[in-house]
Design a protein around this ligand. Structure first.
Ligand SMILES: Nc1ncnc2c1ncn2[C@@H]1O[C@H](COP(=O)(O)OP(=O)(O)OP(=O)(O)O)[C@@H](O)[C@H]1O
Ligand SMILES: [Mg+2]
Length: 214
């Protein structure tokens, strides 16, 4: 279970095709999720237009800030696989004194590729997915130092599908259950609650090389 306060900024973190938008649709309301693809579509007419990325994130950050001003729980649906891409979100959360919660999707590259291929609407190049996973692996060891109140690591699709979200917690501190996972970062399968203060973060402190990434 992912325990969330009623009011929080939730940052989904994971490569293209890992299931972020599917997860967001399953657990959050349509207007609670701010998606970089939707913002790209709004500014450029095409959710896949990478030339619109900077403008899309201007809009995304503005929407997030305006929602947090209103004390509305907000989910950011973008890959957010680098510390640099998470930093502005954390800054906005800090500005509004809102707990920021990361939900990290660690699924095998093959699954992302398969999911992407099965999508009816758009496709992301395999090289981009590989790069996302590589960037995620590189930034994970330090994620607990970035300023998140909690980091929830979901290893594998079984863990993702087993998770429930409880939005009544006074503090976002725990994540349990999740079942078997097939993620590729070392550590036990399933869901892991990563401490965000006091150093050593279990497997996140040394994710090591990810298969398929060079
Ligand atoms: N938990 C799941 N179980 C079964 N199929 C899934 C699951 N999650 C995602 N999929 C499939 O994978 C496809 C891609 O998932 P989704 O669009 O959620 O990925 P994403 O992480 O949002 O990717 P992007 O970053 O490119 O937007 C979906 O169209 C769906 O068919
Ligand atoms: Mg998506």
């Amino acid at each position: 279970m992912i325990q969330l306060p009623r009011f929080a900024l939730v940052v989904l973190v994971g490569p293209s095709g890992c299931g972020k938008s599917t997860f967001a649709r399953r657990h959050f309301g349509a207007f609670e999720t701010v998606s970089s693809d939707v913002c790209r579509a709004l500014v450029a007419g095409d959710p896949g237009d990478q030339t619109a990325t900077a403008a899309a994130f201007d809009v995304l950050h503005l929407i997030v800030a305006r929602r947090l001003e209103r004390r509305l729980l907000t989910v950011v649906d973008a890959t957010s696989v680098t510390a640099e891409s998470r930093a502005p979100l954390l800054a906005i959360a800090r500005q509004h004194q809102v707990p920021a919660i990361a939900v990290v999707f660690d699924v095998p590259e093959e699954l992302c590729l398969r999911n992407d291929a099965a999508r009816p609407d758009r496709h992301v190049p395999a090289e981009a997915i590989r790069l996302h996973r590589e960037r995620l692996a590189r930034s994970l060891p330090g994620i607990h130092t970035e300023g998140f109140t909690a980091v929830h690591l979901l290893r594998g699709v079984e863990a993702i599908d087993a998770v429930t979200v409880d939005r009544t917690s006074p503090l976002a501190t725990t994540l349990r259950g999740g079942g078997a996972g097939t993620g590729s970062l070392p550590g036990p399968p399933g869901s892991v609650d990563v401490p965000v203060r006091g150093g050593a973060a279990g497997s996140l402190s040394d994710p090591g090389p990810m298969p398929g990434g060079t």
